[in-house]
Design a binder for this molecule. Sequence first.
Ligand code: ADP
Ligand code: MG
Length: 449
Amino acid sequence: MDNKQLWDSVLAEVELTVSRANFSTWFKNTRIIKHENGIVYVGLPNEFVKEWLYSKYDKFILKTLRNISEGVRGVEYVIVTPTMKEKSQDSSPSRTGQPYVQELPLSDLYINKEDNLNPRYTFDTLVIGSFNELAYAATQAVVKHPGQTYNPLFIHGGVGLGKTHIAQAVGNKLKEEKSGKKIYYITSEKFSMDYINSVQNNRVHDFKEKYRKYDVFIMDDIQFLSGKEKTQEELFHLFNILYENNKQIIFSSDRHPNHIHGLEDRLKSRFGAGMIVDITTPEYESRMAIIRRKIQSSNFSLNDDSVKFIAESLECSIRELEGIINSIICQARLKNRELQQTEIKLLIKNNIIPKKTASIKDVIKVVSEFYHIDESAIYEKTRRKEIVKPRQIAMYLLREDFTVSYPTIGEKFGGRDHTTVIHSCDKIKSSIKDDDVLVEELSQIRALL
Ligand code: ADP
Ligand code: MG
């Protein structure tokens, strides 16, 4: 199989799982440039796409590549300029000749190797509204008196709501204002990998030394420490040392520390010892402000009615808003003219993922029928295996596909505690990773909903 065939097969898989808007925004103009020593080098049009694919689709791309071609060990993303593309032998004509993505003024990304900070994430580009004003206020206090007021600062909130942005903005601000300070940003997954590598290479001492020297330590997405006992232990010691020396620590997570399953109690209590703030989904006014800001920063213009229409139509995360705005800008650039309002409306309409409307009862009914169990058994306290699994699946679907809150799910399922619901959802989430039967069952149930 040549590179083009391999990548086309990957794209075919991707197309099945992402929305049309996402597919055309992120996967057009991509291709395999070379495949060497088990590493597949994927060529992309700009840093923005690179960052997006890396953060959102990296695992999926690797898994799909491996399914198709066994020898694949890893993926590297490389930015290819159009000229390089033209020179390249295996460039695919169908994916070239669309330089509009390059025109987006978003390719100014550069991640600093010393501190892992992305200069794009600043307070200047952060829109503040009631959804994040508490988190913002807390970060301002941290910037004024790092290590003294709120330590640690713990920011939690759903995917794409700006946790990484605001946490890194603190880092960037302190970097600018307090030049002597050693700042470091890392995701919990990378931290864990770094620790494991240090153990394998007999360099645990170096690992410890490295992290202890920071004045400002930002760890993102700590929900991924769940169940990683050794990394947690290492973090616990690191935390104590940094904390005792009044070094500022910032954590982010997709949920409150008390709700992170598989996290040691002593870490939970450390995390909760400073300030805990959350970021919620932006409300209408904030969505308007975000859309305006994104349009402006792309040197694009859009009339007020269209901005309002987008804000009204999309009750979603900031990342999703960005996705739609990018599609609109791409379309306009592709057509090389301003889009008419009807075109914008149509584009939004076509890209809106229809909100599912099945009720909680419907979901429970469909799941019970699917597993041939009595619907009423789901509500009962029984721990029979044949009931527990469907119950967990119903909870998982309500949370994932219908964004019902954990407490509401608990209440509907016979007054269960929300932590039980979180545990059930996590159980399914982790089972999906290696249980193909479950994955298939889920897709069949989803088709029935
Ligand atoms: P999270 O880490 O919570 O998943 P990110 O910080 O990655 O979310 O934010 C997703 C995208 O939305 C990023 O491109 C970020 O720059 C942008 N963004 C987030 N919050 C804001 C905000 N308040 N104003 C403007 N852009 C934002
Ligand atoms: Mg993030």
